[in-house]
Design a protein around this ligand. Structure first.
Ligand SMILES: Cc1ncc(COP(=O)(O)O)c(C=O)c1O
Length: 347
């Protein structure tokens, strides 16, 4: 009764998070909603018997002003994950190929399949970089889209300005290149370009951003993309109607008003990220310099065992069997608990 190709697609599993555990497994920011968000959402609940404003005009205009793009180039949705699927539906439905790096965001194969595309994963280099030459070489006449993750989840490694520019110059201009910048706000290395600022003007470039990470709205589901007006118009046609819900619109507007506090919190995450990286590097080799709000521990075959041992000590981290463990940067206290747990495990 359902599409046979879905049988081969892995399910996206996020296990329930027990309240009593420290959760460093899902890449959120740990400080609660930004000031003004809870109040704005509470006020918006008074009208939840009505449909939301379909085009999310107020939020779209605020985003357009904040990111200096024309509103018609913006599409909002129920998280950037949903928008990735919509984008695939708009470019590759019917079995078109979508080339993407791997290991990367674990939902990509599912979102590509969900949008009716065919996932073509291209292994990252041993030092966790996108293998851009191999990605280009994987392009065939059946390719409809390339998806990059910058910086990459789970490794936190991004592209340099020269790399990204040369890659975009080399891609055939009819192919959409989607740059997923879910973690952009955590980037501190000036070598990593802001793809929206540097390349957003290219007609085939689509930049994806989310309110789930730095902006603290993971539970409410809000993301957006910026594309050429033509691509944005096509995506809008396949977005599930009203999926930028009324509470998300209110929350997004309130979060944007709290940008200075968002930046302050990102500063805390970044300094904790650097502290954690330094401490962990004394015990584990090859941790890449992270530019997201997580660290990648390339522990290979020990990944599952290590995560289980941390869980037994009250800290949840994300294992990728046979590859490594991703740990989200938490509060100072949470990170200390993780360091204590892992010190015990490694001893
Ligand atoms: C690289 C990347 N893209 C997109 C997403 C999805 O974000 P959203 O919550 O906006 O759907 C995530 C979430 O972990 C991610 O890591």
């Amino acid at each position: 009764m359902t599409r046979a190709e879905l049988d081969a697609v892995p399910s996206y599993v996020v296990n329930p998070i027990p309240e009593r555990k420290i959760n460093l497994s899902t890449n959120e920011v740990p400080f609660g909603p930004l000031p003004g968000v809870a109040e704005a959402v509470a006020a918006a609940t008074a009208k939840v018997h009505r449909y939301p404003e379909m085009a999310a005009t107020g939020l779209r205009d605020a985003l357009a002003a904040r990111y200096r793009v024309a509103p018609e180039r913006l599409v909002t949705g129920a998280g950037s994950a949903a928008l990735i699927e919509h984008l695939v539906r708009a470019t590759a439905a019917g079995g078109g190929e979508v080339v993407h790096p791997w290991r990367s965001f674990e939902a990509y194969p599912m979102l590509i399949a969900g949008g009716g595309g065919r996932s073509v994963p291209v292994p990252c280099t041993p030092d966790h970089r996108h293998d851009l030459d191999a990605i280009l070489a994987a392009v065939t006449p059946a390719t409809r889209m390339i998806l990059l993750c910058h910086p990459n989840n789970p490794t936190g490694v991004g592209l340099t300005g020269a790399e990204l520019a040369a890659f975009l110059d080399a891609v055939p201009p009819h192919l959409v290149v989607a740059v997923d910048e879910a973690y952009r706000e955590f980037v501190t290395d000036p070598a990593l370009p802001d793809a929206l600022v540097e390349h957003g003007h290219r007609p085939n470039v689509v930049v994806l951003r989310t309110f789930s990470k730095a902006w603290g709205l993971a539970g409410i589901r809000l993301g957006f993309l910026v594309a050429s007006a033509e691509v944005a118009t096509a995506v809008r046609k396949v977005v599930t109607p009203f999926s930028t819900n009324a509470l998300a619109q209110a929350a997004g507007l309130a979060a944007l008003r709290a940008e200075p506090e968002m930046l302050r919190r990102v500063g805390l995450v970044v300094s904790e990220r650097d502290r954690l990286a330094k401490a962990l590097s004394a015990w584990i080799d090859g941790i890449p310099a992270a530019q997201a709000n997580c660290l990648w521990l390339p522990v290979g075959e020990r990944a599952v065992e290590l995560a289980r041992a941390c869980e037994e000590r009250g800290v949840l981290v994300r294992p990728f069997a046979g590859e490594g463990v991703r740990v989200t940067v938490g509060t100072g206290e949470e990170n200390d608990a993780f360091l204590a747990a892992i010190a015990e495990v490694l001893a």
